[in-house]
Design a protein around this ligand. Structure first.
Ligand SMILES: Nc1ncnc2c1ncn2[C@@H]1O[C@H](COP(=O)(O)OP(=O)(O)O)[C@@H](O)[C@H]1O
Ligand SMILES: [Mg+2]
Length: 370
């Protein structure tokens, strides 16, 4: 059994490792180390759409931004890598991503438009275009967003996961590059390429296989054990941790080191920067419990706990987030941030109390002296 990685994506499945190995090499044409890299010609048309530019590339395929001339709109087409043709398991996995997307109805999940097979045999999935930035792109510009931004983004993803889990689907690859914030502030969850059906007998993964992205994996994923809803909660805990700390503390210099950190690194309350609220630290640490049964028991429970930490912030944070995102991505001065009204009240109470105390002391001193 071989272990293959593409970027930090781990693909470690008994029958598929060699396939991915082939794909990885055939993509750049350097399997024997002598050939010069081969460039694939950019398509002008993909199905009925006009290709505009390639916006992403992953283990399974290329992501193209396209124009849909019939409806004058932009769409995204995920085109399966040509080298995957003939690999029935991977084709089935690609098709499953489309079926999962079609079954999930949530405003934060991209809507698929069509799945078809091109004349060349390649599968292609057309979906809604999300005009915005991935969490990864945002964190690359500002590694430590304000706490209210983190609370809003993580809470939105949790709301989305409640829907995903209610449909008996485990995402399994939660990471900043699979999450986007639209220009209007709405959060979107992408990439159900390795999502798993939580129903026994419906999973396409072979027992003992490891799928996911090393730096955001749960301990049970690293060990190749059964993945559950709690595994998604762990991955989300790592993302929240990265957002408040400015770096992912589980990311090592090699995949092996990262796996070791995920299995053995126990973060503590004191490891967080001082401005991170105590309750948020506790929330993150609960998501990061090594044993799945010690984490929140459901995404609903995790979302409720996070909502109580957000108590005091304005109810609607999408518009402030939109403004914050715009300023961040343009490197402009940050707009006024929403105040935590509870914290404001608390500060006001403290100041008022101190002032009243001082007045009383002056009054008593004056009384004694007279
Ligand atoms: N619907 C979409 N709208 C805009 N960008 C997208 C969309 N889908 C994917 N992308 C971009 O392409 C990248 C890779 O897409 P993803 O679905 O995660 O595929 P992969 O399986 O290759 O990781 C994303 O990180 C994002 O930048
Ligand atoms: Mg992805």
């Amino acid at each position: 059994m071989t272990k293959i990685s593409k970027g930090d994506f781990l693909y470690f499945e008994p029958t598929m490792a060699s396939i991915i190995d082939d794909i990885t090499h055939s993509q750049d044409g350097t399997k024997d180390g002598t050939k010069t890299p081969r460039k694939r010609r950019a398509p002008t048309k993909i199905g009925g759409y006009t290709a505009v530019k390639k916006i992403g590339q992953g283990a399974m395929g290329d992501i193209w931004l396209c124009e849909d001339p019939s409806l004058c709109r932009r769409v995204v087409v995920k085109q399966m890598l040509p080298s995957l043709r003939g690999y029935e398991d991977l084709i089935a996995r690609f098709k499953r991503e489309c079926v999962i997307l079609a079954a999930l109805h949530h405003p934060n999940i991209v809507h698929p438009f069509a799945l078809w097979q091109e004349r060349t045999g390649k599968l292609a999935l057309a979906m809604e275009y999300v005009d915005g930035a991935t969490f990864r792109q945002i964190l690359d510009v500002n590694s430590r967003p304000p706490i209210w931004v983190t609370l809003y983004l993580i809470h939105e993803i949790l709301q989305t996961l409640i829907c995903v889990h209610a449909n008996q689907i485990i995402h399994r690859d939660l990471k900043p590059s699979n999450m986007m914030v639209e220009k209007n502030g709405r959060v979107r969850l992408l990439d159900f390429g390795i999502a798993r059906d939580a129903n026994p007998g419906q999973d396409m993964t072979l027992p003992g296989s490891v799928l996911g992205t090393a730096a955001y994996m749960s301990p049970e994923q690293v060990k190749g054990f059964t993945v559950t809803y709690a595994s998604d909660i762990f991955s989300l805990g790592i993302i929240a941790c990265e957002m408040v700390m400015g770096k992912n503390p589980f990311r090592g210099e090699s995949m092996e080191l990262t796996s070791q950190y995920i299995l053995n690194l126990h973060l503590k309350i004191k490891n967080f920067p001082p401005e991170v609220p105590y309750n948020l630290r506790r929330w993150i640490l609960k998501c990061l419990e090594k044993k799945p049964q010690d984490r929140f028991h459901s995404t609903k429970e995790a979302a409720d706990a996070l909502a109580s930490i957000m108590d005091g912030y304005p109810r609607q944070l999408d518009i402030p987030c939109r403004e914050w995102l715009k300023a961040t991505m343009r490197n402009e001065p940050l707009p006024e941030l929403p105040k935590n009204s509870k914290m404001q009240m608390f500060k006001f109470g403290l100041i008022a109390g101190a002032a009243a105390g001082a007045l009383l002391a002056t009054f008593i001193t004056a009384l004694i002296c007279s």
